[in-house]
Design a protein around this ligand. Structure first.
Ligand SMILES: C[S@+](CC[C@H](N)C(=O)[O-])C[C@H]1O[C@@H](n2cnc3c(N)ncnc32)[C@H](O)[C@@H]1O
Length: 354
C-alpha cells in the first residue's frame, strides 16, 4: 500500500492530530429514472473529489445498497442518492462541494433536498486551513453555494460546542431539467446518531497502538467494537504507529463508523450510525463503556418518518439519573423535516474508571 501523509500539525517537536471531524451529508432528490445512482461515479472521480479535501482512499467495501470508503482521514459513504463525507485533521471537505455537485448532476441528480455540515469545536482552530479556519468562514463559503442555508451553534460557545449548517429542500436547481415534482417527494426514514468522545481511558486507547496490537481485526475484537452492532460487516484499519478507523455496513444499507485518535494528550473517538432504533440508550451505554470517555457529546437527527422521531427526548431523563454522568448541556431543535437533539455529558464519578 502507498504511504500517505497525515495532516499532522507540528509545532516544534510537538505532535498533534485534530481528531474532531467535519461531517457533510447530502441528499439528492429522487428522479424518475431509476438508473440514476451516485454509486455509478467512478473511483477515479472520487479520488479527484478527495484530492480537493486533501485525503485519500485506503480501503473499500460495499454491498447491494451502500459503498463504504475508509479514508486516510476518516470515511466516505455513497448510497443511491445520499453522500456522506467525514474527515478529520486539517482536511478541507467544503472545497470538494463544487466538484461533487458537478458529478452528481452528470449522474442525473440536479436537486439537493437536504445538506448537513457539522463539527465539534476544534482543539486547535488556528491549525486549520481555509475555508475551515472558523465557523463564520465555513458558513460564508457554504452560503455561496446554498443561499438559503442556516447556521447554528449548540452547546456553550465559549467552552465546548457543536456547529451545524443545514440547507433544506427548496427550489434549488443545479443544472438543467430532470427533476420530478413535489408529489414524488421522497420520505425515506432517516436518523443519525453521533457520539463524540474526549479524554478517553488510557487502557481502552492502548489497544489502538501498534505496539500493543498487531492488526486492525485484533483491535476490533479486543476492544469490543465488533459487538456494538453485530449485524455490521466491518472494514477496519490500524494506523502506524497508532490510530484506528472502521466502517461497518449491513444488508439494510445501514452504516456505522468509528474513528480513534488514541494519543493521550488529545485523545478523541467518534462513533456514528444511521441504524434505526426507537431508543438509543443501550447503544450509547455500550459505546461509552467500550471507550470510557471523560466527556462526550451526543447528537441525534431523526426525520418525521424515523422510528426515533418521537422518542429521542427520552435521553433527557436517562443520563440525568446516572450517577456517573453529569449532563452539562442539552438542546432540542425542530427543523422543517428533522428533529435534532444535542446533549453533552462529563464524567462525574468518584472512582477512577472515567
Ligand atoms: C485517521 S485516524 C482517526 C481520525 C478520527 N477522526 C478520530 O480522531 O477519531 C487518526 C489517528 O491516526 C493517527 N495516524 C497515524 N498515521 C496517520 C496517517 N497517515 N493519517 C492520519 N492519521 C494517522 C493519528 O495520529 C491519529 O491518532
Amino acid at each position: 500500500m502507498r504511504t500517505f501523509i497525515p495532516t499532522y500539525t507540528m509545532s516544534g517537536n510537538e505532535h498533534f492530530f485534530e481528531g474532531a471531524e467535519k461531517l457533510l451529508e447530502i441528499w439528492f432528490e429522487e428522479t424518475s429514472d431509476n438508473r440514476n445512482d451516485l454509486r455509478n461515479i467512478a473511483r477515479c472521480d472520487w479520488e479527484n473529489v478527495l484530492s480537493h479535501v486533501n485525503c485519500e482512499i485506503i480501503s473499500f467495501s460495499k454491498n447491494d445498497l451502500i459503498d463504504a470508503f475508509v479514508l486516510s482521514e476518516s470515511s466516505m459513504f455513497v448510497s443511491k442518492r445520499r453522500w456522506i463525507l467525514k474527515t478529520c485533521g486539517t482536511t478541507t471537505p467544503l472545497k470538494c462541494l463544487s466538484e461533487l455537485i458537478r458529478l452528481a448532476s452528470l449522474n442525473g441528480y440536479n436537486i439537493i433536498t437536504d445538506l448537513f455540515y457539522s463539527r465539534k469545536n476544534f482543539i486547535r482552530p488556528e491549525a486549520q486551513v481555509a475555508p475551515h479556519k472558523g465557523f463564520t468562514e465555513e458558513v460564508s463559503y457554504l452560503d455561496t453555494l446554498f443561499p438559503n442555508g442556516r447556521s447554528y451553534c449548540l452547546g456553550s460557545m465559549n467552552l465546548e460546542c457543536w456547529y451545524l449548517y443545514t440547507f433544506s429542500r427548496s427550489d434549488m436547481k443545479l443544472t438543467g431539467p430532470g427533476h420530478i415534482t413535489d408529489e414524488f417527494l421522497d420520505a425515506d426514514p432517516d436518523q443519525t446518531i453521533e457520539i463524540l468522545m474526549q479524554n478517553l481511558d488510557v487502557n481502552a486507547m492502548s489497544v489502538f497502538n501498534k505496539k500493543n496490537t498487531t492488526s486492525a481485526s485484533e483491535a476490533t475484537s479486543i476492544s469490543g467494537i465488533d459487538k456494538i452492532l453485530p449485524s455490521m460487516h466491518i472494514d477496519d484499519f490500524l494506523f502506524d504507529p497508532c490510530g484506528y478507523s472502521m466502517n461497518g455496513i449491513n444488508e439494510k444499507g445501514e452504516y456505522m463508523t468509528i474513528h480513534i485518535t488514541p494519543e493521550n494528550l488529545f485523545s478523541y473517538v467518534s462513533f456514528e450510525t444511521n441504524v434505526a432504533m426507537t431508543n438509543y440508550r443501550n447503544l450509547i451505554n455500550q459505546v461509552i463503556n467500550t471507550f470510557k470517555p471523560g466527556k462526550f457529546i451526543v447528537t441525534i437527527f431523526a426525520n418525521k418518518c424515523s422510528l426515533a422521531y418521537e422518542t429521542m427526548k427520552e435521553l433527557e431523563v436517562e443520563y440525568s439519573k446516572e450517577s456517573h454522568w453529569k449532563r452539562t448541556d442539552m438542546q432540542c431543535c425542530n427543523f422543517p423535516s428533522y428533529n435534532l437533539l444535542f446533549a453533552q455529558y462529563s464524567y462525574n464519578g468518584k472512582n477512577n474508571c472515567k
